[in-house]
Design a protein around this ligand. Structure first.
Ligand SMILES: O=P(O)(O)O[C@@H]1C[C@H](O)[C@@H](CO)O1
Ligand code: URA
Length: 299
């Protein structure tokens, strides 16, 4: 198992102007530096797990509580610290934060900025960010988990490679076991700004191309070794890379819900979908246990 290296980098921001603000309002997560003692509330945070849906992040928080024996005796549900805005959900269990980011890079970017500032004001050190999400697959079975090694927009407008943290990815892949009932692979993720036309689906409200155009596009992705498609990895990894050396690193781990070479629709079987969505959580939870579990005296 990976070694525990001593790291002591405080989370930083690349904005000297913040120091001149009397109060900083983390508007979309309903916290600010005047009314909340952010260091007292969040100073112990070591991992931040992001995912699209608030309910998934609440479920993940409950899972962490169970795994680490952190469930309060009165059984009260996890507190949503961002409840005041209703934009995002922000839960905490021990040193783990679980944050919903909505759909797409703009929505992710807003909460990512405010979470980095939160970590900065809370004086957190060496924080690891994860996106635990879902995606479409390109020639891979639904339920497969993909650890992104590279995210890029391969469309015509812009190409902005965003590289994953190799060391962190290797540590996550070390958490895969032979007894896992799912396959975990690592590969390149196509990041799109849309779920329908942007991902060459034929079932959106608008569609000015034909099945063969879609198949050609997906085959092109396969030839480029793209193994999955989602909507946040590029922004997520680009922002994590911008924070490199500032006490923060990140990874994207997503479960495939549909093999796009086989179809567009995501099956309407809630139980199966929940099972698949839980797989990146299981993997990241295993990582968290190895890294911060009781044997290391950190939780
Ligand atoms: O984390 P989630 O499951 O929300 O990620 C994918 C990418 C988009 O946000 C969304 C599209 O259905 O699912
Ligand atoms: O096909 C899919 C499934 C989940 N999320 C996406 O962005 N695309």
């Amino acid at each position: 198992m990976f070694s525990l290296k001593a790291r002591t980098h405080a989370v930083g921001v690349r904005n000297p102007k913040l120091k001149s603000f009397k109060t900083d309002h983390l508007y979309h997560i309903a916290l600010d530096t005047a009314h909340n003692d952010l260091q007292e509330m969040f100073g112990d945070v070591k991992c931040v797990c992001f995912g699209g849906q608030p309910s998934r992040m609440e479920r993940f928080t409950k899972l962490i509580r169970e795994e680490f024996g952190l469930t309060p005796s009165n059984g009260e549900p996890p507190r949503n610290y961002a409840a005041g805005t209703d934009r995002y959900a922000l839960y905490k269990a021990g040193p783990i934060l679980a944050v919903s980011h909505g759909i797409g890079i703009p929505s992710l970017s807003v909460v990512f900025n405010e979470i980095v500032k939160l970590m900065y004001y809370a004086k957190c050190k060496d924080v690891t960010f994860f996106r635990i999400g879902t995606c479409g697959g390109v020639g891979l079975e639904p339920g497969t988990v993909v650890v992104t090694d590279k995210a890029s927009i391969l469309g015509k407008k812009v190409e902005r490679p965003a590289l994953a943290n190799k060391e962190l990815n290797a540590e996550i892949l070390e958490c895969v076991t032979e007894t896992d009932e799912f396959k975990t692979v690592t590969g390149t993720t196509l990041c799109c700004d849309d779920f329908y036309e942007g991902q060459a689906r034929l079932d959106g409200a608008f569609c000015d191309y034909e099945e063969e155009d879609k198949v050609r596009f997906l085959q092109f992705l396969k030839e480029k070794n793209i193994c999955n498609i989602e909507m946040e990895s590029l922004g997520f990894l680009a922002m994590c890379s911008s924070c490199k050396g500032a006490g923060l690193r990140g990874a994207v781990v997503c479960a495939i819900l549909v093999d796009r070479l086989q179809g567009d629709y995501i099956i309407n079987d809630i139980e199966k979908l929940h099972q698949w969505q839980a797989r990146p959580q299981q993997l990241v939870l295993r990582y968290i246990k190895h890294k911060f579990g009781p044997q290391n005296g950190s939780l």
